[in-house]
Ligand binder design. Structure first.
Ligand SMILES: [Zn+2]
Ligand SMILES: [Zn+2]
Length: 357
C-alpha cells in the first residue's frame, strides 16, 4: 500500500509500505478520502511542530519522524481485530483522530481534548489518512449513516470543530453571530451556528470565493474587510454588536475586530490556532463585560462520538453542505504538487482539497 509520510519541513513523500498488522482492538480502513487541513499545511511549511520532533518519540504512540499524515478521513472497514464489537467489515466510517492518555488531570475531569499528552492519528501516531489504508483503534471510529457519500465523512472532523466552537460559545437560538475568517473552520462554524439557530450570520473574509461559499451555506451578510469596515457595518446592523463572535484566523486585526463587533456583555470564542500577539486592552473586556474563551478541536476519548455524530447527522439531514466546501479532489501521488502547494499559494481559490487514493 501507499502512504504519505512527513519527514520534516517541506518534505512529504509518498512511499510504498507493508500493510500494518492489527491489534485485537484495531480496525483497518480502506481510505475513501482524506482532507488536507491547515494543521497539515503548517507542519509542511513550518514544522515539525505538532508532529514529533526529529529526535524524540511521542509518549503515547511511540511515533517518531517520519510520520504518516492525514487526520480528516473516511473509508470502509476492511478488517477488524478479534475484540472489536462497535463496527464490522463493510461499514462506512470516519475517524476521530485524538488519542488521549486517560490518566492526566484533564482526562480525569472528562476534558479529554485538553489531555496533556494527546496524540493524533495522522499527526503524531503510526497511521494516517493520506494512504490506501490505515489501521486505527476501533474506539476512534465513528459510523457514517447510509445514504451519504463515504467521502463526505472526511468533512466530519472540521464540521465537529465548528460544532464544538458553537457549543463552547454558549450561543443560543436566535442569537446574532459574526465569523471572522471563512476557511474550512470558519465555514464549518457558519453551518454549525445556522444549525444551532443563529438568526443573523455575518462573515468577514477577504477572499471572494470563500465569501461566496459562506453565503451559500448560511451567512446572511458577507463582508470584505479590505473594502469595508466590518466592525462598523456589524455594529450598525445589530444595534451595537452581535451576541457571539468567532475568530477563526488567529491574527491581531481579526481578533480585535471580533472583540469590537461583539455587543456589551457578548461572547467571543477564539478558534484560530496561533501564537500571535493580538494587542487587546483590558477595557475592551472589563467595562463592557465581554467574555473570551477558546475552543480546541472537539470532544474526544470516551466522548469521541458525541460531536462527530452530530456532524454526521447534520450531513444526513442536509444541514451541513459538504459538497460546497470541497473545492478539489486529487490523487495520493499528486498530494504535494496539486494539494499542499496549491493550498499554500496565496492566490489559491481552494477551501478543502480531498486526497482520494
Ligand atoms: Zn484538521
Ligand atoms: Zn490525558
Amino acid at each position: 500500500m501507499r502512504v504519505a509520510k512527513y519527514y520534516g519541513s517541506g518534505d512529504i513523500r509518498v512511499e510504498s509500505a507493508d500493510e500494518q498488522t492489527l491489534g485485537p482492538d484495531d480496525v483497518r480502513i480502506d481510505v475513501e478520502a482524506c482532507g488536507i487541513c491547515g494543521t497539515d499545511l503548517h507542519e509542511y511549511k513550518d514544522g515539525p511542530d505538532l508532529t514529533p520532533s526529529p529526535d524524540s518519540e511521542h509518549p503515547l504512540t511511540g511515533a517518531s519522524l517520519p510520520v504518516p499524515l492525514g487526520h480528516e478521513f473516511s473509508g470502509t472497514i476492511s478488517e477488524v481485530g478479534e475484540d472489536v464489537t462497535n463496527v464490522a467489515v463493510g461499514d462506512p466510517v470516519t475517524v476521530n483522530p485524538a488519542i488521549v492518555c486517560g490518566e492526566c488531570r484533564y482526562c480525569a475531569e472528562g476534558r479529554h481534548n485538553l489531555c496533556e499528552s494527546v496524540a493524533n492519528i495522522g499527526i503524531s501516531a503510526r497511521s494516517g489518512g493520506f494512504a490506501d489504508s490505515a489501521v486505527v483503534p476501533a474506539a476512534n471510529v465513528v459510523a457514517l449513516p447510509e445514504g451519504i457519500p463515504v467521502e463526505y465523512g472526511a468533512l466530519v472532523e472540521p464540521f465537529s470543530v465548528g460544532i464544538h466552537a458553537t457549543r463552547r460559545s454558549g450561543m443560543q437560538t436566535g442569537d446574532s453571530v459574526a465569523v471572522f475568517g471563512a476557511g474550512p473552520i470558519g465555514i464549518s462554524i457558519v453551518q454549525a451556528a445556522k444549525a444551532a439557530g443563529a438568526t443573523e450570520i455575518f462573515v468577514s473574509e477577504p477572499r471572494e470565493t470563500r465569501r461566496d461559499i459562506a453565503a451559500t451555506v448560511g451567512a446572511t451578510t458577507t463582508l470584505d474587510p479590505v473594502e469595508t469596515d466590518a466592525v462598523e457595518v456589524i455594529s450598525d446592523a445589530t444595534d451595537g454588536g452581535v451576541d457571539v463572535a468567532f475568530e477563526a484566523v488567529g491574527i491581531e486585526p481579526t481578533f480585535k475586530a471580533a472583540v469590537e463587533s461583539t455587543k456589551r456583555g457578548g461572547q467571543i470564542t477564539a478558534v484560530g490556532i496561533s501564537d500571535a500577539d493580538v494587542g487587546l486592552t483590558p477595557n475592551e473586556l472589563v467595562v463592557v463585560e465581554r467574555s473570551i474563551n477558546g475552543s480546541n478541536g472537539y470532544l474526544s476519548g470516551p466522548q469521541a462520538e458525541r460531536e462527530f455524530s452530530m456532524a454526521t447527522r447534520y450531513l444526513e439531514t442536509g444541514q451541513f453542505d459538504a459538497e460546497e466546501m470541497i473545492t478539489g479532489r486529487v490523487a495520493l501521488d499528486d498530494i504535494v504538487e496539486e494539494g499542499f502547494e496549491d493550498l499554500l499559494d496565496p492566490e489559491s481559490e481552494h477551501v478543502k482539497i480531498l486526497v482520494e487514493p
